[in-house]
Design a protein around this ligand. Sequence first.
Ligand SMILES: [Ca+2]
Ligand SMILES: [Ca+2]
Ligand SMILES: [Ca+2]
Length: 251
Amino acid sequence: MALSTPISIRIDGYDRDGDEVSFSASSTCNTLNVSMNKNILTLESTTPNTYCPVKILAQSHDGATTKSFNVLTIAEGSYLGPAFDINGQFADNTEVDKYRAYLNGNTTISGNRGFSNQAFYLWVTDEDDTTTIVSGTNKAITHTFLPGYYTISASLRYSNSYYDYNETKSSYTLSVTSNVVIETIATELGLVRTPGDVNGDGSISLADTILCLSVLSGFPADDNMATADINNDGKIDMAEVLFTLRASAGL
Ligand SMILES: [Ca+2]
Ligand SMILES: [Ca+2]
Ligand SMILES: [Ca+2]
């Protein structure tokens, strides 16, 4: 899951014999606020570019079970995912709305503002909005993108062509589908560490062992350290101390 603004998710769970199920949630990341109110999970990130595990604990009279997933946090105003919609509105027939989106591979961007055809222009530039990647078109864009952030622009006007501004049809939706797997992106952005590479410098060495020991003694862990977890308990502790010691000794 990718997150740029706070979201709330409803969690459902059922006990075999109908007992009440209660939920709690936690994350090892300090920059991801996780709260659970009955069965509504709310996630809010304070820092972009982290890849944080979230653990849900469900409990009933008969026992407990946990489920985990990872949340990629991105800068506010950014869009990312295998499929997402962007909602916008034109103020007049000259305004250009710009959106920052992560695109990869075969991608489709289509617009709708309530007409049978698109009736506005779309174009794509690079992340800095300096180089044109796909020039303006009043039809859906299909293009193969190298992985990265791009700027998607939408406007009623492109060059010398324009559609008339119409207040009742000024709102629009962009629908984007792209070959984006959140975990792959987290890896491309350098947010996922190899198991045991706790400091993320690319190798497993004594420096990682020392870092594990300092985390064990209460030194705060950085948010992406948990992705170097080797035994899937979401924590950096003795298991990683031993693993990194053995690895750096070549055992
Ligand atoms: Ca606008
Ligand atoms: Ca390392
Ligand atoms: Ca661990």
